[in-house]
Design a protein around this ligand. Structure first.
Ligand code: AGP
Length: 360
C-alpha cells in the first residue's frame, strides 16, 4: 500500500535515501566549472586572504566543513560565525564571506548579512532556494542541487551544501592561483566517489542500526565525540539526535573528555564516536569503556556502524583530510531517525521546531 511518501515511511527517510543522487547531481553540475573558475557564472572573484562562513544549525555545520576545506586544500585561514552572534564581528578586508542557508530566509542569517560591514569583502550565498532573500542580497549565488526538502531535519541539503562548498573552494583556489587546475581535477575525481560512499553508508547503516537503537532506547543522554575533521560531524550527529528524539545530546572534541564530560559517563551511557582513524581516539574510547559507557563507533576498525571510507573494500585515502568523513553523516541521521521512530515521534515535524526560522 502506498504510504504517501513515494514508498518511504516519511519524508526524512526519502530525503536520506536521495543523498547519493543529490551528491552525484551536484558534482555533475559543478565539476565542469571548477578547473576554469566558470563556476562563478562570469563574476570576477575578488582577491581574498581569508574565508568566513556564517549560518545556523545544520547549515552552520556544513559551513564549518567548507571553511576547513579552504584551510586544508589551500592554506587559506578560515573562521565560522554563528549567525545570531555575528553582528558585532569585525570582518577584515579581503574576506570571502560565505553565508549558508537551505531556505535562504533564516532571520538570523539575513540580519547578520545586513549588519555586518561587508563593504570590503564579498558575499557568496550557498542556498537551496535561488529566489530567496539571501540569494538576492549576495554578490554571488551558488544554488544547491538538493531539490525541495520537506523534513524539518536537514539531511540531503547538508550533503548538497558541503559538496557545493567544496567545489566552490576548489574553484576559488584555482581562480586565485593557489591550486593548479590539474590538482583541482584530481580532487574532483575523489569527490565523484562520494555518491557510492553515501550509498554504501545507507545500505550498511540499515542493517547495523536496529540493534544499536534497541540498546539505547531508555538512555536519557548521549555524547558525540570526534577529533579533527570528525568534530563537526559529531556536532551534526548530536544536533540531529536531540532535534528528533528529544534526548539530550552533546558533542565534544574527544580530547576534551577528560576535562569535564567524562564525569557524565556511567553504566550504559551512549557515546557515539566518529572514528576517522585518529590514533588518539582509541584512548578516549578506552576511557569511556572503562566507566561502563556504551561506545557506538562509526567507521574505523571494529566499528559498530561502518560508514567511513576505511571500512570499504576500496578505501578512499586522504579524503578525510580534505573535506572530512562526509559519509558518516548518514548513520548519524539514521540513528536519530530510528531512535525517534522507536520512541513514537513524528520525524518530519519535531515538536517546537519550524523548517524555516523566520524570527530571531
Ligand atoms: C537542521 O536539522 C535544523 N532543522 C536547523 O538547524 C536548520 O539547519 C537551521 O534552522 C538553518 O536553516 P537554514 O539552512 O534554512 O538557514
Amino acid at each position: 500500500a502506498s504510504t504517501g511518501f513515494a514508498g518511504f515511511d516519511d519524508h526524512m527517510s526519502k530525503e536520506i535515501a536521495e543523498q547519493p543522487e543529490v551528491a552525484a547531481r551536484t558534482i555533475d553540475a559543478l565539476a565542469p566549472g571548477v578547473g576554469d573558475g566558470s563556476l562563478w557564472h562570469g563574476l570576477v572573484l575578488p582577491r581574498f586572504e581569508r574565508v568566513a562562513v556564517i549560518g545556523c544549525g545544520t547549515s552552520l555545520n556544513a559551513g564549518r566543513v567548507i571553511a576547513s576545506a579552504f584551510e586544508r586544500l589551500g592554506g587559506v585561514p578560515s573562521t565560522s560565525f554563528i549567525a545570531s552572534e555575528a553582528a558585532e564581528t569585525v570582518i577584515e578586508p579581503g574576506t570571502l564571506m560565505i553565508a549558508l542557508s537551505q531556505s535562504g530566509e533564516t532571520a538570523d542569517v539575513l540580519r547578520a548579512v545586513d549588519e555586518l560591514d561587508l563593504s570590503r569583502s564579498s558575499l557568496v550565498a550557498i542556498t537551496n532556494n535561488e529566489h530567496s532573500t539571501l540569494a538576492r542580497r549576495a554578490d554571488s549565488v551558488l544554488t544547491c542541487q538538493a531539490g525541495p526538502e520537506i523534513g524539518v531535519a536537514a539531511t540531503k541539503t547538508f550533503v548538497a551544501q558541503v559538496v557545493t562548498g567544496v567545489a566552490t573552494a576548489l574553484s576559488a583556489l584555482v581562480a586565485t592561483g593557489r591550486m593548479t587546475p590539474g590538482e583541482a581535477a584530481r580532487q574532483v575525481d575523489d569527490l565523484k566517489r562520494l555518491p557510492d560512499l553515501l550509498a554504501h553508508a545507507i545500505a550498511v547503516s540499515s542493517e547495523a542500526l536496529p540493534p544499536v537503537v534497541d540498546s539505547v532506547l531508555d538512555e536519557p543522554g548521549f555524547l558525540f565525540l570526534g577529533r579533527g575533521s570528525g568534530i563537526v560531524f559529531a556536532a551534526e550527529g548530536a544536533l540531529k539526535l536531540k532535534e528528533l528524539s528529544y534526548r539530550w545530546a552533546e558533542h565534544y572534541p574527544a580530547g576534551e573528555l577528560k576535562h569535564g564530560p567524562l564525569a557524565l559517563i556511567q553504566e550504559g551511557t551512549p557515546v557515539v564516536v566518529i572514528d576517522s582513524g585518529e590514533r588518539r581516539l582509541e584512548s578516549n574510547i578506552a576511557e569511556v569503556e572503562a566507566r561502563g559507557g556504551r561506545v557506538i563507533r562509526i567507521g574505523g576498525p571494529g566499528s559498530t556502524v561502518p560508514a567511513l571510507g576505511q571500512s570499504l573494500t576500496a578505501p578512499f585515502p586522504g579524503a578525510m583530510d580534505r573535506w572530512g568523513p562526509l559519509e558518516s553523516v548518514v548513520p548519524l541521521q539514521m540513528l536519530a531517525r530510528e531512535l525517534a521512530k522507536a520512541l513514537g515521534h513524528d520525524v518530519d515535524k519535531p515538536r517546537n521546531l519550524a523548517k524555516s526560522v523566520t524570527v530571531e
